[in-house]
Design a protein around this ligand. Structure first.
Ligand code: GLY
Length: 366
């Protein structure tokens, strides 16, 4: 079973292909795009060891000439210095405007490769082959690319859309369970803000905390529904002038928790899970959402093995202060995405610091 989801954009539309076993047909998927012969495959050593050979064999069989480059794994290497090394390889191998950079990896590889593709020769072709659940349902779609500045995450970047996103769900079999759960947080997000049917499907299964408990059919549904939601939102608002902001559900308090714990104690998905619990309760406090719906969200988050409490030692006042430095602050007011029913959300800056304190109080670690 495969699904092809279009991302319709004024400048350049593209497809998200969800195809089990698709990695061995990467070259075939790229052929109709009329790309130049040279491909720079960017990955990290661990992913490349597992999947690099398959990707290269498929690209070579389709007539592409492949060079590869490894980025060191981990968020702390998401820097301009790493990008410089990609440029060096591009120069050494004389990549041209018609050449293609293929990102084979998770969000860090995708974000960095996309930024290198956006900027080398003012933009070369770019293909995303995400290997983590989080990258498949979120980071690889929609054209957000970039690197971190020492003072903050993703402060340097560009919107640059790929020509193709190829998702092979079979590669998730080797994803560590904690990373799988991190991706599930973004899947639950789509259920809450966009797709009540997806939410109900997630509720109907016993366990969501490891891929092995999820059937191939349900996994395909999870991927398709999540990608459809993201494709729809990005098609309507590519540069986040309005609607796209709803994708930041759970990310306001989530980012504060991530940054206060030095990006070490909780991963991004875990922080988003905590942020969704808090945002849900803020919506209840503002009478936008019912307690029953917020409880259903909490249960789903727990079923995915994700945290619903603040990490030990994270101080509520520190969170309230950290919110002021969030990218989502406008004219001094923090913007929250809040659910209004399961499957719909709104953006508001009408959340007082007092409400945030009240909601976080019972979420403190025992
Ligand atoms: N990850 C949120 C977005 O792509 O807009």
């Amino acid at each position: 079973m495969k699904s092809v989801i279009p991302v319709e954009l004024p400048q350049q539309s593209y497809e998200i292909a969800i195809a089990p076993g698709g990695l061995s047909h990467l070259g075939h998927w790229m052929q109709p795009l009329k790309l130049g012969q040279k491909v720079l495959l960017v990955s990290n050593p661990m992913i490349f060891k597992r999947y690099g050979e398959t990707a290269i064999a498929s690209l070579t069989a389709a007539g592409f000439q492949v060079i590869s480059h490894m980025l060191p794994a981990g968020e702390r290497y998401k820097t301009l210095a790493s990008i410089q090394k990609v440029y060096d390889v591009a120069l050494e191998h004389r990549l041209e405007r018609s050449s293609t950079l293929v990102a084979l990896g998770g969000g860090v590889v995708g974000d960095m490769s996309g930024f290198a593709a956006a900027t080398w020769l003012r933009g070369i072709n770019f293909v995303q082959v995400p290997t983590s659940l989080l990258a498949m349902v979120d980071a690889a779609i929609g054209g957000k690319t970039g690197v971190n500045h020492p003072q903050g995450k993703n402060l340097i970047g560009a919107f640059y859309q790929p020509r193709l996103v190829l998702i092979d769900p079979q590669v998730l079999a080797t994803l560590p369970p904690r990373e799988f759960r991190a991706g599930m947080a973004e899947v639950i997000k789509y259920g809450v803000i966009w797709d009540a049917e997806l939410f109900a499907q997630l509720e109907s299964v016993d366990r969501l905390d490891q891929q092995r408990y999820i059937s191939a059919d349900l996994l395909q549904t999870i991927l398709s529904c999540s990608c459809l939601a993201k494709a729809h939102v990005v098609s309507k608002d590519e540069k986040e002038a309005g609607l796209r902001a709803i994708l930041n559900y759970g990310h306001t308090i989530g980012h504060a928790v991530e940054s206060l714990t030095g990006y070490r104690i909780v991963n991004h998905g875990e922080a988003v899970a905590i942020g969704m619990v808090a945002a849900g309760q803020i919506a209840v406090a503002l009478s936008l959402w019912t307690q029953a719906e917020s409880d259903r969200q909490r249960l789903l988050i727990q079923k995915a093995g994700l945290p619903t409490q603040l990490p030990a030692g994270v101080n509520i006042e520190a969170i309230v202060a950290a919110l002021q430095t969030d990218k989502k602050v406008e004219a001094g007011r923090v913007r929250f995405v809040l659910p209004t029913q399961i499957g719909a959300a709104t953006v508001t800056d009408q959340v007082s610091a007092e409400t945030i304190r009240q909601v976080l109080q019972p979420m403190q670690a025992d």
